[in-house]
Design a protein. Structure first.
Length: 258
């Protein structure tokens, strides 16, 4: 299942807390690039003068616009190109997005273009850690027939067709861009290489270790019993406080435009 499929609302997303705590003071204009359902975007409203959000998913943008009137939403192209002017934003957040796009360089180059000089970029991705091979989001790529069967079982045939068939006309396959064939995990070295010449690293945070296992257990429990497992919720909260460096499951980096 994808990140959006397994992420239940009650589970604290530690990466978002990290970014919110480390946002520079006095930001006037921030962009949440790849905003999705807008939960993190909404958190930015009380901290930033003007919040922008963009995504390639037409349905998501339409729904977000109907729910929130304090955020400026924009539908963007599948290749990451945006209509924003050069040097427009003080800060850009890229939360769980980079691993869903077929060309990371295009996205980072576009963010570089729209960020002001010395502007800040936060990136949250999955780290190339010890348990990366258990990432359930890759089930759709590794064994698509099994993924389809499980999606039918846990959701419905209609839901599967909406996510993985109908969205193809917009260049999407679930929450992945067409052309992306794996839910990529990154090392700090890879992130440095991708951002070289555009951004300099300011800080890095690693966290979580057993998260892929716990999310699978939590998701199955919720689907079977129709309620939250307090025990797995407790374990997830503990796990987000574990940092084992390069062996961790998640990584957040703070970069500054050169």
């Amino acid at each position: 299942m994808s990140r959006s499929e397994t992420r239940l609302k009650y589970i604290p997303i530690f990466a978002e807390n990290i970014v919110l705590k480390n946002l520079p003071k006095g930001l006037k204009r921030v962009l949440d690039f790849g905003c999705g359902r807008g939960s993190f975007t909404n958190e930015l409203v009380s901290r930033v003068a003007k919040v922008h959000a963009c995504d390639v998913d037409r349905d998501v943008i339409k729904e977000d616009k109907q729910r929130k009137d304090k955020i400026i939403y924009q539908l963007i192209k599948i290749n990451g190109k945006t209509p924003y002017p050069d040097n427009f934003f003080d800060c850009v957040t890229l939360m769980g997005v980079l691993e869903h796009v077929p060309n990371e360089n295009q996205v980072l180059e576009e963010i570089y273009r729209i960020l002001k000089p010395k502007g800040i970029l936060f990136i949250y991705v999955l780290n190339n850690g010890l348990f990366g091979f258990l990432d359930s989001a890759n089930l759709k790529f590794a064994v698509p027939k099994l993924h389809k069967y499980l999606y039918y079982l846990f959701y419905s045939r209609k839901a599967y067709e909406k996510e993985f068939i109908q969205k193809r006309i917009f260049g999407m396959k679930g929450d992945f861009s067409e052309g992306k064939n794996w839910h990529t995990h990154y090392s700090l070295t890879t992130l440095k290489r991708l951002s070289k010449g555009m951004f300099e690293l300011q800080n890095v945070w690693y966290y979580s270790f057993f998260l892929p296992i716990l999310l699978i257990l939590d998701f199955v429990f919720f689907k079977i019993f129709g309620r939250i497992s307090r025990f797995t919720s407790w374990l997830v909260n503990i796990d987000t406080r574990i940092s084992l460096g390069r062996f961790s499951y998640c990584i957040v980096v703070k970069l500054r435009k050169i």
